[in-house]
Design a protein around this ligand. Structure first.
Ligand SMILES: Nc1ncnc2c1ncn2[C@@H]1O[C@H](COP(=O)(O)OP(=O)(O)OP(=O)(O)O)[C@@H](O)[C@H]1O
Ligand SMILES: Nc1nc2c(ncn2[C@@H]2O[C@H](COP(=O)(O)O)[C@@H](O)[C@H]2O)c(=O)[nH]1
Length: 441
């Protein structure tokens, strides 16, 4: 995958680049990254050497713009502070995309400063002066070139004076540089977009629109890599959860993974250990719970049931939608964790129909059937509590219930399918990004 194009933002000192950038970074957190320049000048108090890429903008370009162009007065800029010898060595070795002398010091943009941002699949922002723009045009960086211009020299001067960051001397230097910048920025082909920053809202909208395609690229990639949300399916025993689930897993093979619970009940005919449940003893489950290996557990109908963390992790590591079939206690317990699933309850049309379905299934003794019906009454009541479930499906007509379930999960299904397409067209390294979460109960 190509990744988003970098953005070269230029324009006279005081034109408003940093104001626009800060807003953009705030509105689109985790989408942009700034390249960190090298400099031979000494760090100013508060400046940090080689601060992370998510820091505020660094300056690049042949002529270094003052820190205040990019940062508010209370913010601190960061550089890779280095020696002239070391920097020259890097330049000689071809490690810099561009460099310049400014005010007796050497400044430059290393290739790795840009690569560091690009490696995170973020939009790399280079804030450079007009010479920087020209130098970058000689490279194969292929950024989007945007110039931010003031409405007039008079307004620029006023903005710079009002900002109170310059001495008279540096202010005049900036105004001189601004004249050249304003002239050059109009050269045909120099910029993809020239924004005249008169009204800030309008300027911001222009900047945002120009970058929307790249922003979308980053957001799409993030969605793909974030993995699908798990699904908690609950509802009275006999309501039809397994019936719906089986159909879903058959229709969307390779999209869902079942979180295999532990239970102390006996296997029913046809049930497979490790597939339907981990059939185990009360002692074993308790030991696991004591060791913190379970995300939740509950007593149901005289037996112990529980979801181990590894049951979920096994599914999520495969980037599948993890399905948890748990009772209402399980729902409540999972709400205390950071699993963030979609909560769906499957309810029977009535107690009478539920009883009939359970009897017809012929899996219960009279005793366990009564226990399940008791639990069902509580379940039916609780499932109507506001905020308990994202969706309550009344499973009367199976087709209609299935359609509801499918629709509710379509966004997550799409994510898995997109991720499959993405990885088949991407490097295998993408699959190494498997995040195993720790769930705090
Ligand atoms: N809409 C429906 N109409 C008629 N019968 C149904 C419907 N949905 C499910 N059933 C039948 O009801 C019985 C109970 O369904 P199922 O086993 O899927 O319930 P469950 O919610 O998974 O129960 P448990 O929680 O005990 O596993 C099954 O025999 C199933 O075939
Ligand atoms: N809290 C949990 N409930 C679970 C878990 N696994 C299943 N269940 C629920 O138990 C009842 C009975 O299941 P059955 O297979 O004996 O019919 C059912 O409603 C399930 O939702 C679990 O790990 N935790």
């Amino acid at each position: 995958m190509a990744g988003p194009r970098p953005v070269v933002l230029s324009g006279p000192s005081g034109a408003g680049k940093s104001t626009l950038l800060k807003r953009l970074m705030k509105d689109y957190e985790g989408v942009f990254g700034f390249s960190v320049s090298h400099t031979t000048r000494n760090p100013r108090p508060g400046e940090v050497d080689g601060k992370g890429l998510s820091s505020l903008p660094m300056l690049l370009g042949a002529v270094l713009l003052p820190v205040a162009d990019v940062l508010s007065s209370e913010s601190s800029p960061d550089y890779h502070f280095t020696t002239r010898e070391k920097m020259q060595e890097g330049i000689d070795k071809g490690e810099f995309i561009e460099n310049a002398e400014f005010s007796g010091n050497l400044y430059g943009t290393s290739k790795s400063a840009i690569e560091d941002v690009k490696a995170k699949n973020l939009i790399c922002i280079l804030d450079v002066d007009i010479q920087g723009v020209k130098n970058i045009k000689e490279t194969d960086l292929n950024p989007i070139y945007i110039s931010v211009q003031p409405p007039s020299m008079e307004i620029l001067e006023k903005r710079l004076r009002d900002r109170q960051t310059e001495t008279e001397d540096s202010l005049q230097k900036r105004l001189d540089a601004a004249r050249t910048d304003m002239e050059l920025s109009n050269e045909p082909g120099m910029f993809d977009l020239v924004i005249v920053n008169d009204d800030l809202e309008a300027a911001y909208d222009q900047l945002k629109s120009a970058l929307m395609e790249e922003i979308q690229k980053v957001q799409d990639a993030k969605n793909v890599m974030a993995g699908p949300r798990p699904v908690v399916l609950s509802g009275p025993s006999g309501a039809g959860k397994s019936t719906l689930l089986k159909r879903l897993m058959k229709d969307y093979e390779g999209v869902f993974g079942f979180s295999v619970s532990h239970t102390t009940r006996n296997p029913r005919p046809g049930e497979v250990d490790g597939k339907d449940y981990h059939f185990t003893t009360r002692e074993n489950v308790q030991e696991g719970i004591d060791k913190g290996e379970f995300i939740e557990n509950a007593e149901f109908s005289g037996n112990m049931y529980g979801t181990s963390k590894s049951a979920i992790e096994d599914v999520q590591a495969q980037n599948l939608i993890c399905i948890l079939d748990v009772d209402i206690q399980g729902v409540k317990n999972i709400k205390e964790t950071d699993l963030n699933p979609i909560y769906i309850s499957v309810q029977p049309p009535s107690m009478e129909i539920l009883e009939k379905r359970l009897r017809d299934r012929q899996t219960e003794t009279e005793d366990s059937l009564q226990k399940r019906l008791d639990a069902a009454r509580t379940d039916m009541e609780l499932s109507n509590e506001p905020g308990m479930f994202d969706l309550v499906i009344v499973n009367d007509d199976l087709e209609a219930a299935y359609d509801q379930l499918k629709s509710a999960l379509m966004e997550e299904i799409q994510k898995v399918q997109d991720a499959k397409d993405y990885t088949s067209s991407s490097t295998p390294a993408v699959w190494c990004v498997v995040h195993i979460k720790q769930y705090g109960v």
